[in-house]
Design a binder for this molecule. Structure first.
Ligand code: PRX
Length: 651
C-alpha cells in the first residue's frame, strides 16, 4: 500500500459527549492521576508497569525484573510468584467472604447466587479432584461447557494448580473440539451432559464422545449434570462432577506459580483455515485485566456487573471471570439467548438484579434496535450507571440508540477496542475523564503505545487511514501461538517494522481519537480507494428503514472491486423493497460520497453470523461474486441463512 493508496476514511461524526460532573466526582480514576500515569508511562516505562503490578496483584514473591523484551517475545515480572485463583478468591475472604461473587441466571429462569466463600470452597474441592485424577502443573485441560457456575469453578481450579485451560465455546461443533484437543494435546475434558439454547437441549457430552474417538491424548472426562438427559459414561474415563466433588477435601493451597507460567490457551480464527492457539501467561495478564476493570468499568464494591459474553470468548475470560473476580466484584452470568423467551429478557435481568454496569456487543445492540424500544420501556433500568461495547466497531446510530434507550442519556459508554491476542482492553474511553464521540473507541489507555502507520511503519497524518499497530509490549499480550512461534512471528510481527500488527485498519482524527475501520481483510478497494466496509454499513444503518447491513466487495472489471450490500430492513419498512434499493444507494452516496455507493443492494431477513455474532463476510463475498461457498462453515449460527441467500441469488 503506498501513501496515496491509504485506506480512505470518510466517516464524519461530529457529536461529542463530555463526562457528567456526578460521574467525574465518584470515578475510580481522576484526571490528575491519569495525567501522572500517562507521563510516567512515557518517561519510566518499566516503573509504570511495576507500579500497576504491585498495586493490583498479590505476589507470593516479588519479581526480580519487570520486562525482558527480545522482540517479538516478551516476559513480564520475571522471578515473581503469584496465582490467579488466589487473587480471585483467597485474598477477598478476609473482608468479603459473604459477598456475592457470582449471580447466575439460567435460560429457564433458575437463579443461583454464590458468595466468595462458597466459590472458594468449591474451587478448592475441584482443584483436589483434578489433582486426584492426575492433572499436574502445565497439563492442558479443555473446558466445553454451557455458561454455568461450574465453568467458572473449572477455570479457577485449573489456575489454582497450574493447569492450562483451553475453553471451547459450548456452541461449537465436535470438529472444533477435535482440532483444539489435538492441537493442545489436552489430557482432560470438562463438559456437561448438555446445555440449553433457546429452549433446545444441546448434546455437549455426545459431541465430546464423538470428538474423542479421534483424540489419543485425553485420559479423563468430567461431566457436570446440567440438563439430566441420558448420556453414556465410559468406565475408567468418564466421571460425574457431583460425585467427585462430594468426596473431595476442602483443603487446597494455591500453587505459587511463576509470573510467566502459562495460564490459558484460547483458539481464535485466522485468515487461513487452522485456528490459532493464543497463549496467555499469569502475572502480566492478571495485572492488566484487574487494572482495566477498575479503570474502564469504574468497578466498585457495591456494583452488580454484567458482561453478556460467554466464557468461551476472550471477553468472558478477562471481563466475566478474571478481571471482576480479581477486583472482588459481583459478576453476573446469563446462560441463555438475548431473545429467549422474548426481546425483553436482558432488561428483565437488569431490573431484577439491579445491574449497574452492563457490557455487550454491537451486534446485540443492533438486534435490540431492530426489535424495537418498546421491549426496553417495559423495564426499570434506573440501576444502570455505565455501559460498554466490545467486539466490533459500533456504528454511531447504534451508539446513539444505546445511549438514549439503555443508558437513558445518563450512563457513559465505553467503546472498548481489544482482541483475543491483547488479553485486555487497549483503547477505550475512561469514564469520568474521556470525552466520547459515538463510533470511536477514543484513545489508548496509559501504557499502551498504539499508532496508525503505513506499510513502511511510518505514522500516517490525521484523518488518513492505515494499519493499527502497537509499538511497545504490554503485560497481557499473547506470548506466542501455542506450539508455533513461527506463525506468531509471521502473523503479528512481519507486516510492519518493530510493531505488533493488529490486523485492523484505523484512522486518527485531529484530536488523536482512534476510529477503527474493521479488519484489514474487510477493507475494499473501489476505483483505487480503499474503503472500509464498516463505514458503508454505518451509512446504510443511519437510514431510517435499515436495521442491519453487511457490505462486501466482489470483483469488477472496471472498478477492481464493486460493493454489494446485504441489508436487513426494519419490520415497518419491509413492504417497500422495490423503491428502497435506489434510495439506499443515493443515501450512501450522500453520506460518504459516490465512490462508496453500493453497486448492488440485496435484501435479506438475516445475515450469516458466527455464534459469537460476527458477520461471516467471507460467505457473503462468495455469494456476491456468485461462487459456491467454500471453506469452513462450522461456526455459522444458522445454516439455513446461507441457503436463503443463495436461493435469492438464483431468483
Ligand atoms: O477488529 C477488531 C474487533 O474485533 C477484533 C478482535 O476480535 P476477537 O479476538 O474476537 O476479540 C473480540 C473481543 C475483544 C479486533 O481486531 N473489535 C473488537 N473490539 C472492537 C473492535 N473493533 C472496533 N471497535 C471495538 N471496540
Amino acid at each position: 500500500m503506498t501513501t496515496q493508496e491509504n485506506i480512505t476514511s470518510v466517516l464524519v461524526e461530529n457529536r461529542i459527549f463530555v463526562p457528567h460532573k456526578n460521574f467525574i466526582e465518584q470515578a475510580n480514576l481522576k484526571k490528575e492521576e491519569y495525567e501522572r500515569l500517562l507521563l510516567k508511562a512515557n518517561t519510566d516505562f518499566e516503573g509504570f508497569w511495576a507500579e500497576l503490578a504491585e498495586r493490583n496483584v498479590h505476589w507470593f514473591k516479588k519479581w526480580d525484573k519487570v520486562l525482558e523484551w527480545k522482540e517479538p517475545f516478551s516476559k513480564w515480572f520475571i522471578g515473581g510468584k503469584t496465582n490467579v485463583s488466589y487473587n480471585c478468591l483467597d485474598r477477598h475472604l478476609k473482608d468479603k467472604a459473604n459477598k456475592t461473587a457470582l449471580i447466575w441466571v439460567g435460560e429457564n429462569d433458575e437463579k443461583r447466587t454464590i458468595t466468595y466463600q462458597e466459590l472458594f470452597n468449591e474451587v478448592c474441592k475441584f482443584s483436589n479432584v483434578l489433582l486426584n485424577l492426575g492433572i499436574k502443573d502445565g497439563d492442558r485441560v479443555v473446558i466445553y461447557m454451557p455458561l454455568i457456575p461450574e465453568a467458572v469453578v473449572a477455570m479457577l481450579a485449573c489456575t489454582r494448580i497450574g493447569a492450562v485451560h483451553s475453553i471451547v465455546f459450548g456452541g461449537f461443533s465436535q470438529e472444533a473440539i477435535l482440532d483444539r484437543v489435538n492441537d493442545a494435546k489436552a489430557k482432560m475434558v470438562i463438559t456437561a451432559d448438555g446445555g440449553y439454547r433457546r429452549g433446545q437441549a444441546v448434546p455437549l457430552k455426545l459431541n465430546v464422545d464423538n470428538a474423542l474417538e479421534k483424540c489419543s491424548s485425553v485420559e479423563k472426562v468430567i461431566v457436570v449434570q446440567r440438563i439430566k438427559n441420558k448420556i453414556d459414561l465410559k468406565s475408567g474415563r468418564d466421571y460425574w462432577y457431583h460425585e467427585l466433588i462430594n468426596n473431595a477435601s476442602l483443603e487446597n493451597k494455591a500453587c505459587e506459580l511463576d509470573s510467566e507460567h502459562p495460564l490459558f490457551i484460547l483458539y481464535t480464527s485466522g485468515t487461513t483455515g487452522k485456528p490459532k492457539g493464543i497463549l496467555h501467561t499469569t502475572g502480566g495478564y492478571l495485572t492488566w485485566v484487574t487494572q482495566t476493570t477498575k479503570w474502564v468499568f469504574d468497578i466498585k464494591d457495591k456494583d452488580t456487573y454484567w458482561c453478556t459474553a460467554d466464557v468461551g470468548w476472550i471477553t468472558g475470560h478477562s471481563y466475566v471471570v478474571y478481571g471482576p473476580l480479581s477486583c472482588g466484584a459481583t459478576t453476573l452470568l446469563y446462560e441463555g439467548a438475548p431473545n429467549h423467551p422474548d426481546w425483553g429478557r436482558f432488561w428483565k435481568i437488569v431490573e431484577e438484579n439491579k445491574v449497574s454496569i452492563f457490557y455487550t456487543a454491537p451486534t446485540a445492540i443492533r438486534a435490540f434496535m431492530k426489535a424495537g424500544s418498546e421491549w426496553v420501556k417495559k423495564y426499570d433500568l434506573s440501576s444502570l450507571r455505565l455501559l460498554g461495547s466490545v467486539g466490533e466497531p459500533i456504528n454511531p446510530e447504534a451508539w446513539m440508540w444505546y445511549h438514549k434507550n439503555i443508558g437513558q442519556e445518563r450512563c457513559p459508554i465505553v467503546d472498548t477496542w481489544w482482541q483475543t491476542e491483547t488479553g485486555g482492553i487497549l483503547v477505550s474511553p475512561l469514564p469520568g475523564i474521556t470525552t466520547t464521540k459515538p463510533g470511536s473507541a477514543t484513545v489508548p489507555l496509559p501504557g499502551i503505545f498504539a499508532s496508525v502507520v503505513d506499510e513502511n511503519g511510518n505514522s500516517v497524518p490525521s484523518d488518513q487511514g492505515g494499519y493499527m499497530v502497537i509499538k511497545k509490549p504490554w503485560p497481557s499480550m499473547l506470548r506466542t501461538i501455542y506450539g508455533n512461534d513461527e506463525r506468531y512471528v509471521q502473523t503479528y510481527w512481519s507486516r510492519t517494522k518493530s510493531a505488533y500488527f493488529t490486523g485492523d485498519g484505523a484512522h486518527k482524527d485531529k484530536d488523536d481519537f482512534f476510529w477503527m475501520l474493521g479488519r484489514v481483510d474487510d477493507v475494499i478497494k473501489v476505483s483505487g480507494h480503499l474503503l472500509s466496509t464498516m463505514e458503508v454499513e454505518s451509512a446504510l444503518v443511519s437510514h431510517s428503514s435499515v436495521a442491519e447491513a453487511a457490505v462486501v466487495g466482489y470483483p469488477d472489471e472496471i472498478k477492481g472491486e464493486a460493493l454489494c450490500a446485504f441489508v436487513v430492513l426494519k419490520q415497518s419498512a419491509s413492504d417497500h423493497q422495490s423503491t428502497l434499493s435506489d434510495e439506499l444507494k443515493q443515501h450512501v452516496a450522500k453520506q460518504i460520497g459516490p465512490v462508496a455507493k453500493p453497486d448492488q443492494v440485496r435484501f435479506t431477513e438475516v445475515l450469516p453470523k458466527t455464534r459469537s455474532g460476527k458477520i461471516m463476510r467471507r460467505l457473503l463475498r462468495d455469494i456476491a461474486s456468485g461462487k459456491q461457498t467454500v471453506g469452513d462453515t462450522t461456526t455459522l449460527e444458522d445454516m439455513s441463512v446461507l441457503e436463503k441467500l443463495r436461493v435469492q441469488d438464483e431468483e
